[in-house]
Design a protein around this ligand. Structure first.
Ligand code: SF4
Length: 70
């Protein structure tokens, strides 16, 4: 089994960017964890690895939400 690729294809995806999009979004508090995808134009979208899509933001409630520990 080949290790080293955990699904991050490097296309602008990252951990939390400096300026969070939709600061009130529940996703920022979620252990999913959400992926932050930055477009060439600098727009940041939140991709959910649980729902496998970009949920409409800001997410205010989510049945798949799991609080971050710590
Ligand atoms: S599970 Fe829900 S709250 Fe968590 S990242 Fe996905 S859409 Fe956001």
């Amino acid at each position: 089994m080949v290790e080293g690729n955990d699904g991050d294809d490097g296309k602008g995806a990252s951990s939390q960017p400096k300026d969070l999009p939709f600061p009130s979004s529940l996703c920022h508090l979620c252990a999913a964890p959400p992926r932050y995808v930055t477009t060439d134009k600098g727009n940041v979208f939140i991709q959910c690895p649980v729902l496998k899509r970009y949920p409409p933001q800001p997410v205010r409630s989510c049945e798949a939400f799991t609080p971050m520990s710590g």
